[in-house]
Design a binder for this molecule. Sequence first.
Ligand SMILES: Cc1cc2nc3c(=O)[nH]c(=O)nc-3n(C[C@H](O)[C@H](O)[C@H](O)COP(=O)(O)OP(=O)(O)OC[C@H]3O[C@@H](n4cnc5c(N)ncnc54)[C@H](O)[C@@H]3O)c2cc1C
Length: 335
Amino acid sequence: MTHLRSPSLHHLGLRPVSLRRFGGTRPARGAFQFPHERPSLELFTRHCESLIHQHGLQELRLQGSARSMECLPDAVRIETAEGRLEARRVVLALGPSCLVWPDWAEEAARAGASVVHAFAPNFDRNSVPQEGELIVVGGGQSAIQLAMELAATRPGRVTLVARHEWRVNDFDFEPMWAESTALRRLNRFRCAKKRRQIVNRARRNGSVAPREYRAFRQMEERGEIHRKVGDAKTCRVTSDGIHLELHNDRDELRGDHVILATGFRRGPAMADWLSSGAERAGLARLPCGSPLVDPLLRWHPRLHVAGALAELEIGPTARNIFGARLAAERLSRVS
Ligand SMILES: Cc1cc2nc3c(=O)[nH]c(=O)nc-3n(C[C@H](O)[C@H](O)[C@H](O)COP(=O)(O)OP(=O)(O)OC[C@H]3O[C@@H](n4cnc5c(N)ncnc54)[C@H](O)[C@@H]3O)c2cc1C
């Protein structure tokens, strides 16, 4: 990934033009990419670092892993592996946690085949074996970027397998959701099921940006990379490698290594410690599993949510940087 998929207006600064200004009056070559001024990952990261420094955020940060939550009358208690914390207010901004591992991939990994998930904490692109045939599974932006990166040093030996034909879109949500009118319309629906439907429909999962699509097609024309459309359902592991059977393709695809870029589970997957803490505190969840929160993203007078957990209030951008900004705006109204 060299550039973000989102435009330069989506960043962590307080002013809309913060990232643009940070890039300077004469930005370095490649700092912003056409269209939508997609910022380079390098510039975006430097901007984040400068904000951390400017606002003294490093001093506010404790490193630790939450493993239980207790809602007390005047505080929320979080137990971490590193000790206990109590705070008047807690915001759950946990990000997605549950990776999508298709059944066949789990079975193949259990049988000792080389199958890894690109978002697993221990995945390292640089330790992907140089030799053999690689299969990258996934239809979205991460899959296409990873496949192209790997094919650059393994021309002709990388195949991207997607369940569907190309879905080419600038963003991974419908652009109208970056406008306040769409969100106001969503917030008017009180029915959670309806809201969930709207949010799921507006997410463009499995889509790729036009620039990456064009780059892939060029590599494909030169024979440097391959793509197959098919839903992998079964897989055989033999001494000859991994054999994927694709449902809408009569062929069997053989590879030596499989990398899943199948993303995260939809909906608000909750870790056990959070589910049980919420249950003990009697916090309401909707049929889809989302927490029932108010417009200030309050699940409990002292407990707020952001990210995927806030999806039914913040809309389909909740999982993106733009959604993090929307959540921050709501939270800033809490007195
Ligand atoms: C490859 C890739 C490219 C992307 N590109 C874009 C893009 O161009 N534009 C865009 O808008 N979005 C993009 N996104 C999405 C972007 O990552 C999210 O918008 C953003 O990271 C969401 O921030 P967050 O803080 O909600 O969640 P995260 O960044 O996922 O952070 C969650 C944090 O919670 C921590 N955590 C979880 N459980 C615990 C626990 N029990 N105890 C303590 N800490 C815990 C995690 O360790 C993590 O640090 C991209 C995502 C990926 C994977």
